[in-house]
Design a protein around this ligand. Structure first.
Ligand code: MRU
Length: 366
């Protein structure tokens, strides 16, 4: 998508420098910094410390990490070690394991001399697949928005609430939850987005708002607690969120607070959709609440916030009393009964084993 009119992806291989580059998201929206990732240590830090984040982008970054490491040391030991080191960085987003497994399956049978080139080709393909999957999510999601528009007066605005950042910065391009919004906007359907700020790290405030503004999509930033009130007063037509891991039975793990939005949506008959590319489905998990590991992050993300000072510098401030510990579960699981539908690259399905199996018949449950 565009930054000041220039098309960017969130990660790319720079043919001129031979390096993988990312947008360092820790500084957005106040500073736009592009950095090179050159060593496995760089990639590991980038994922763990959230220079990049969002399930599909974490997967793409891990794939490039394997490629870069294979160029340094293509041995079996290096491949195994790289899988382990990367896998430990963030536990919830399944796209990480998906990408690492994909790379390992491809590379293991190859002679060491062929691994580096094959790995880089595959990492680039994973990025292209993500872009295309997200584009198709937009095509399918647009139909839902069109059907809501058809029930409204001509030209009436469609209000969509989203949580966290499931935008292009969380993927390679387009975003998942945001792709239907971009498609609707481009189709001339008047959409307005309620952007949850998404404490503690404020991905909505910092990233989604910036993405929306960059494409002139009308939006308002709201505090995380406002959604229920807006739904009660008919000011939300639908919710679209992303997911870090969706179980084979349709339970949806996403950024902390998503579950509360789903409860409020159910109480107010507001459709609650989840947008996801298929690598986000964990076919080994049935009961998402019981089985999906939830990342616990540092308490300082809760007790401190980062923002721009009046003099333009980006700084972090403490908002709680000295010594108050922060508790920080980073994700929650929304049970499938609260999900109106899953928007995938292959189409829209019920959040159920049957719904997912119908769209992905080649997958069998363990
Ligand atoms: O902790 P983050 O910022 O990586 O969490 C991101 C989310 O929860 C997104 O909603 C999810 O990864 C879907 S991204 C298309």
């Amino acid at each position: 998508m565009k930054v000041d009119g220039v098309h960017y992806r969130s990660i790319w291989f720079n043919d001129e420098t031979g390096k993988v580059q990312i947008i360092d998201q820790r500084w957005l929206p106040h500073e736009f910094r592009v950095v090179d990732l050159t060593t496995r240590k760089d990639f590991t830090a980038a994922i763990r410390d959230m220079w990049v984040r969002g399930a599909p982008l974490i997967g793409a970054t891990a794939a490039y990490a394997v490629a870069v490491e294979m160029a340094r040391d293509p041995s079996d030991a290096s491949l195994a070690d790289t899988w382990n080191v990367l896998h430990e960085t963030r536990p919830t987003a399944i796209n990480l394991r998906w990408a690492l497994d994909d790379m390992k399956t491809l590379l293991s049978p190859l002679p060491a001399s062929e691994r580096a080139a094959a790995a880089m080709t595959r990492a680039n393909e994973i990025c292209e697949q993500d872009v295309e999957a997200n584009r198709m999510i937009g095509v399918h999601g647009l139909e839902i928005i069109r059907s809501i528009a058809a029930r409204k007066k001509p030209g009436e605005v469609i209000n969509i609430l989203t949580h966290c950042n499931a935008g292009w910065l969380a993927t390679v391009d387009w975003g998942t939850a945001t792709s239907p919004m971009y498609h609707a906007h481009q189709a001339g359907i008047p959409v307005h987005i309620w952007v949850d700020e998404t404490r503690p790290r404020n991905q909505g405030a910092l990233l989604t708002s910036w993405e929306m503004a960059s494409h002139d999509i009308p939006h308002h930033l709201i505090v995380d607690n406002a959604g229920g009130h807006l739904m009660q007063h008919g000011q939300v037509d639908m919710v679209i969120v992303g997911t870090d891991r969706t179980s084979a039975h349709g339970d949806v793990c996403n950024k902390i607070g998503t579950y509360l939005k789903a409860l409020a949506a159910a109480d107010n008959n507001v459709p609650f959709y989840v947008a996801l590319p298929s690598p986000t489905i964990d076919w080994t998990v049935k009961d998402g609440v019981a089985e999906i590991p939830i990342e616990e992050r540092g308490g300082s993300e809760v007790t401190h916030v980062q923002g721009k000072l009046a003099d333009g510098t980006v700084a972090e401030v403490q908002i709680s009393p000295d010594g108050t510990p922060g508790g920080n579960p980073a994700f929650d699981v929304t049970p499938r009964r609260l999900v109106s539908g899953l928007i995938t690259e292959r189409g829209i399905c019920d959040a159920s084993p049957e719904g997912l199996a119908a769209l992905f018949p080649e997958r069998v449950l363990d």
